[in-house]
Ligand binder design. Structure first.
Ligand SMILES: Nc1ncnc2c1ncn2[C@@H]1O[C@H](COP(=O)(O)OP(=O)(O)OP(=O)(O)O)[C@@H](O)[C@H]1O
Ligand SMILES: [Mg+2]
Length: 248
């Protein structure tokens, strides 16, 4: 089953061509990374898949359903979730409150605001499970502002799992982290996303090459290469335009 299918996608911002005739597939259960230099169109692509931005033209299907013109909310209902690079956490609330609100949020969007289908104790149980997954249950009563930046990034991942997504988009999950925190988040992502379908954008090549089954290279809005991590490493053109060229 194809989790995601994109056909002939174009995106223009006025005269700027951000995505040019992009077609790609993502099979269920696969972890795929999108890499490319600054301005390649990675975030734009995420925004279009997620429903934050409309495509100029092209077609996007999620688990066999055409979602090209669906709202973010409808896409969430079909199993799509996204973690944001800029954090959505409520800094003056506890970790537990943050997670519980996220769980409630997924419920109300699915079943209507005034008809909670899950009782309070079920929400707490689910919150505990999510916090344990990211090793933060012990800190559940701390305010978000008092935990480390790396822990906040873990919370961000926990929140994105609250809706139990079938396809998870991870937007620079390691940005702003130290080398050891990045290694830790890579392990965490591997552990949490076993048997899950993920699409990940990150500038940390160690993380990307360790996590991904497949890597897609974007350059000026076009796919210039796609393959296994080994194939991408061996691709001279990719090395030339991206991996060899920058500080990233
Ligand atoms: N809202 C917008 N309005 C106008 N141009 C935009 C907008 N968003 C992105 N662009 C342009 O589209 C192109 C792709 O940008 P995008 O942010 O998708 O790149 P990126 O691959 O995510 O880069 P980075 O690695 O720096 O995050 C760039 O030329 C950018 O300037
Ligand atoms: Mg970006």
């Amino acid at each position: 089953m194809k989790a995601l299918e994109i056909k002939n996608l174009y995106k223009y911002f006025g005269g700027i061509q951000a995505i040019h005739d992009l077609s790609m597939n993502l099979d269920e259960g696969i972890k795929k990374a999108i890499i490319g230099p600054n301005g390649a169109g990675k975030t734009t692509l995420f925004n279009i898949i997620n429903g934050l931005l409309p495509a100029t033209s092209g077609k996007i299907s999620l688990f066999g359903r055409d979602i090209t013109h669906m709202s973010i909310h409808q896409r969430t209902q079909l199993g799509l979730a996204r973690s944001f690079q800029t954090t959505r956490l409520l800094f003056e609330l506890s970790l537990l409150d943050n997670i519980m609100l996220a769980i409630q949020g997924t419920q109300s969007s699915r079943f209507g605001l005034f008809r909670p289908v899950m009782g309070y104790s079920h929400i707490v149980a689910k919150a505990q499970k999510l916090l344990e997954l990211v090793d933060l249950w012990e800190k559940r009563n701390e305010m978000v502002l008092n935990i480390a930046h790396g822990e906040q990034r873990k919370m961000e991942i926990a929140l994105s799992l609250a809706s139990e997504p079938r396809l998870l988009l991870l937007d620079e999950p390691a940005s702003g982290l130290t080398t050891s925190e990045r290694a830790e988040i890579a392990q965490l992502i591997l552990r949490l996303t076993e048997n899950r379908t993920i699409l990940i954008v990150d500038h940390d090549m160690d993380l990307v090459f360790n996590i991904s089954d497949r890597i897609l290279v974007l350059h000026y809005g076009k796919i210039i290469s796609e393959g296994t991590p080994d194939e991408i490493r061996a691709n001279e053109r990719v090395m030339e335009i991206y991996l060899g060229g920058g500080e990233d």
